[in-house]
Design a protein around this ligand. Sequence first.
Ligand code: PAF
Length: 287
Amino acid sequence: MKVLTRVYEVKQNIRPIKQKGIKIAFVPTMGALHQGHIELLKQARFYAHFVVLSIFVNPTQFGGNEDYDKYPRDLDNDILTIKKNNIPVDCVFAPSVQEMYPFLEIPQLTLPFLSQKLCGLSRPTHFDGVGLVVLKLLNIVQPDFLIMGQKDYQQTVIIQRLIDEFFIDTQLITIPTVRESDGLALSSRNIYLNAEERENALILYKTLNSIQKELKIGMNALQIQSLLKKYRETFAQNGFVKLDYLEILDAYNLVPIQEIQRGSKILIAIAAYIGKTRLIDNMVLEI
Ligand code: PAF
């Protein structure tokens, strides 16, 4: 496994692989690797013989008041995790900020509709930064397959749109969320939770499950709204958890659902602050 920090080195290593016709799968991450990332990497090997992992805490996707400085960074430990678990990675790309953003002026990339919904409401510039860095990474690695987790569902919708918009030759593969045995979705931010908050965090998964059971074919927009109202109110009474959003949307384009029909693909998405930590989770139902 090679660990590279320079764009030209990655390109040099990728070129002969592509020339030989070997398929490449790419897993972009911000490090602090956990079981969820390990699952993405294992799936990546399933799709391709050459697996590239990037580890880069991307400054442009953090807002001014967010946890960019505090975000966990430990490249040596991430590499150890890969080796200890025998994870199939051929190349790790861990660039500096200067390497990824060599010019003082940073371009803007905006998808006004998709990126301002859900997480975009409280993180208005987040997806512009995600889109920008993923576009740069895709240009560097030129993978046949881009492997991402369903936990960041909105991110996958936006990246799919960019792939289509910029005619990028890569296939996005979305891997189901990996959960703790009690249902909590794995996240690098879970390490911020103390024992009590860890317990309170289960409300996200429980809420998704309860809503899933109540959704029925034939439900209209009004009925969906009153269901959401009921669940949002339970959060208002919970002093330990502050709801950011709870939505039921069309999973393809993130618009409200007029009626649940056979063939509908539905996203139930939730974000909440557990103490100071903001966690997200979702469920995608194919009716
Ligand atoms: O999902 C993440 O970890 C990040 O948003 C990504 C895709 C690596 C871009 O920085």
